[in-house]
Design a protein around this ligand. Structure first.
Ligand code: ATP
Ligand code: MG
Length: 662
């Protein structure tokens, strides 16, 4: 056992080790992306378990996504410590609420979980005389989510929104009315939303000493990853779980706060050392994930940040050997951009890079479609993460309704995958009746994916908090699975398959890939047009930082000069020129020789896009290697024209590629 614990330490640097071996009590790991925070915290759990300091089943590790939670569980199992509960706040709260519901509700049925606020918000808006289309309802739903996550009641909304300088979707008094009507509608229909569920978990503990005792008996050692994005409601739940105890390790990077629009705040992380007496504070700077070139870019982007977290920031120091230069490419239009990205994915896969080691990351889910199409044409398998579409398919929605209904007709003891097969028989289906092709086949496969999810879900052992004496493994039921589906639909966790990951920047945090494509880096997309206040713009910058730091080896950034061929010209993201001004990109990869060359040579501009040309070969060609290499005269003319049309774009993009054209 001891040597196993030593093996855990062997894979760590001295700072990480100090985090791992810090005594029981508050520990705070503050560090930039890719420095091994998650690795350190996972190792801390493993080390403490292997040395007999703690029992794995008394640990609750909270992570940000289901995927991160699954990864932590499997990493721990590999280190010889199975059975740790690693969950998202939502999943942990849902478990707890479901477990205690029969006792606390005294036989009344547990309210159903709302998988999306939008429909109820639309009704609530109508009730107060507001016609809200889908987009407007989504904005209102987002605002209600912010309020509830910030522990703001409808009656307090107007004042709270003013204090938080919210860019409200309607006049604040009207939003408050919709909010109140929404709460009333929910109550009337016996449904709850996700914030209600977290609140129920808090309420269960705060108002019921026996529940508190049981939950706290089960959870004694806490870990929270991505703590920079915790919101007041989640913090309140964490405090309820802790109940005044302090065996808590938090891990985070204030420069990666990207959920403040939903009420998250890095202040809990930043203030942690002051708030918790005797806290061990560990800072990490060695970046183990990315090549020095990628690390340099990340430093360059975030060094321009103006957020309050800036004073805490430490520059990352890359540990890996040099790799390929990051690239920034411009395209005439979005289809051209998507096709080029797909072609590169194809080439990578053909060259032996597994598709699951590649990601295409974008700012908004709406950008996904062009890439889905291009990848399909290039015959590259892909999986859309954070896609609403799977759960919006009519057959999937119907199936979810049928599965809810089935909880009333199917005996409770029916094991999970079988119960789902039985439930699906009512619609949307039989496992061995796959149609040959076409729409019928697609429908069949979507429902087969639901069954596969049920199989996976049933196979994950769930240890429920039943207090000191025994942790009981309970057979998952159809009811549990229905809630899991609702949670996935709301949080947009689609089933996993092997393929190129298409994901929003928001859903990519904590994850890493060998090759990352950051697409759509145009003004209006990143930063989005919705980012109006300086704080919102800063959050967009942090999103770019998160995106860049997902890449281990290859990083391709791109944007299209127009949405569609011949369309209105757009400017490159304002964050891009800063890469150049700070010298970050150059410092990162190009090295001293190139710096000298820049000084020696007169500045020559690319005849296509106006970028500064540095390398000799490029200068001779009169164009930079970031411009499409297969450029023809027509494209050249279009680009030139585009450049002339872009008002004030003296310094068009700052190019990060100083390599010779490939
Ligand atoms: P993020 O801020 O993006 O969540 P992180 O700080 O949590 O990043 P990890 O995901 O823990 O970083 O680590 C990044 C990568 O570096 C992982 O592949 C991890 O296995 C590796 N790594 C971490 N620490 C070390 C180390 N001491 N030696 C070698 N590799 C390491
Ligand atoms: Mg991490």
């Amino acid at each position: 056992v001891h040597s196993a614990a030593e093996r855990v330490l062997a894979g760590l640097d001295p700072e990480q080790r100090s985090a791992v071996t810090a005594p029981a009590g508050p520990v705070c790991i503050l560090a930039g992306a890719g420095t091994g925070k998650t690795r350190a915290v996972t190792s801390r759990i493993a080390h403490r378990a292997l040395t007999g300091d703690i029992s794995p089943r008394h640990v609750l590790a909270v992570t940000f996504t289901a995927r991160a939670a699954a990864e932590m569980r499997s990493r721990l199992a590999l280190l010889g410590v199975p059975g740790v509960q690693a969950r998202t706040f939502h999943a942990a709260a849902l478990r707890q609420v479901r477990y205690f519901a029969p006792r606390l509700l005294e036989g009344r049925a547990m309210p159903e979980l709302l998988d999306s606020k939008v429909r109820v918000v639309t009704l609530a808006a109508a009730k107060v005389g507001l016609r809200a289309d889908r987009a407007a309802a989504r904005d209102l739903a987002g605002e209600i989510e912010w309020a509830k996550s910030s522990l703001v009641e409808p009656g307090e909304y107007v004042v709270a929104a003013a204090k938080a300088l919210r860019d409200t979707p309607h006049e604040p008094a009207k939003v408050a009315e919709v909010f109140a009507a929404y709460e009333k509608l929910k109550r009337g229909n016996g449904v709850i939303d996700f914030e209600d569920m977290l609140r129920a978990a808090v309420w269960g503990i705060e108002e019921h000493p026996d529940v508190a005792e049981q939950v706290r008996g089960q959870y004694r050692h806490f870990v929270v990853d991505e703590y920079q994005d915790v919101n007041p409601l989640q913090q309140r739940l964490l405090e309820a779980w802790l109940g005044g105890r302090d065996d808590l390790t938090v891990v985070g990077d204030a420069s990666q706060t990207i959920y403040s629009f939903t009420g998250a705040t890095s202040s809990y992380l930043v203030d942690f050392p002051r708030r918790r007496r005797g806290a061990t504070v560990v800072r990490l700077v060695r970046d183990y994930r990315s090549t020095p070139q990628v690390v340099g870019l990340a430093n360059a982007v975030i060094s321009q940040a103006r957020g309050a977290e800036a004073r805490l920031r430490l520059e990352l120091v890359g540990q890996r050997p040099a790799g390929p230069e990051p690239e920034l490419r411009i395209f005439t239009d979005e289809p051209a951009e998507a096709n080029a990205v797909a072609a590169r994915c194809r080439a990578l896969v053909d060259g032996g890079t597994p598709a699951r080691e590649i990601a295409v990351l974008f700012r908004t889910n709406a950008q996904s479609e062009a890439y889905e199409k291009a990848l399909t044409e290039a015959e590259v398998p892909y999986v859309v993460q954070g896609a609403e579409r799977f759960f919006e398919r009519p057959e999937v929605r119907q199936a979810m309704v049928a599965l809810r209904a089935a909880t009333r007709s199917i005996p409770g003891e029916t094991p999970l995958p079988a119960a789902v097969v039985e439930g699906l028989a009512a619609v949307g289906w039989a496992p061995d009746a796959a149609p040959a092709g076409g729409a019928a086949r697609e429908r069949w496969e979507a429902l087969a994916a639901l069954l596969q999810l049920a199989e996976e879900y049933a196979a994950t052992p769930e240890v429920l908090p039943v207090g000191e004496a025994a942790a009981v493994e309970r057979q998952a039921t159809l009811g549990d699975f229905n809630d899991e589906l609702a949670r996935r639909a709301a949080q947009q966790h689609v089933p996993t398959v092997d393929g190129v990951t298409l994901a929003s920047l928001h859903s990519a945090k904590g994850l890493e890939w060998d090759a990352v494509f950051l697409v759509g880096l145009a003004e209006g997309t990143l930063p989005t047009t919705y980012a109006k206040t300086p704080e919102q713009v800063e959050e967009e910058r942090r999103l770019l930082y998160v995106g860049i730091t997902r890449a281990r080896e290859w990083l391709w950034m791109s944007y299209a000069a127009a949405r569609s061929p011949g369309g209105r010209a757009r400017r490159p993201s304002r964050f891009l020129p800063q890469l150049d001004r700070s010298g970050g990109a150059e410092r990162a990869g190009a090295g001293a020789a190139r710096r000298t060359e820049r000084r020696r040579n007169q500045v020559v501009s690319c005849r296509i896009c106006g970028a500064t040309l540095l390398a000799g070969a490029d200068r001779k060609l009169g164009r930079c290697p970031t411009c499409p290499s297969d450029i023809d005269e027509e494209l050249y003319e279009r680009l030139r024209e585009w450049r002339q049309r872009v008002a004030g774009a003296q310094k068009v993009p700052a190019y990060v590629v100083f390599t010779d054209a490939t």
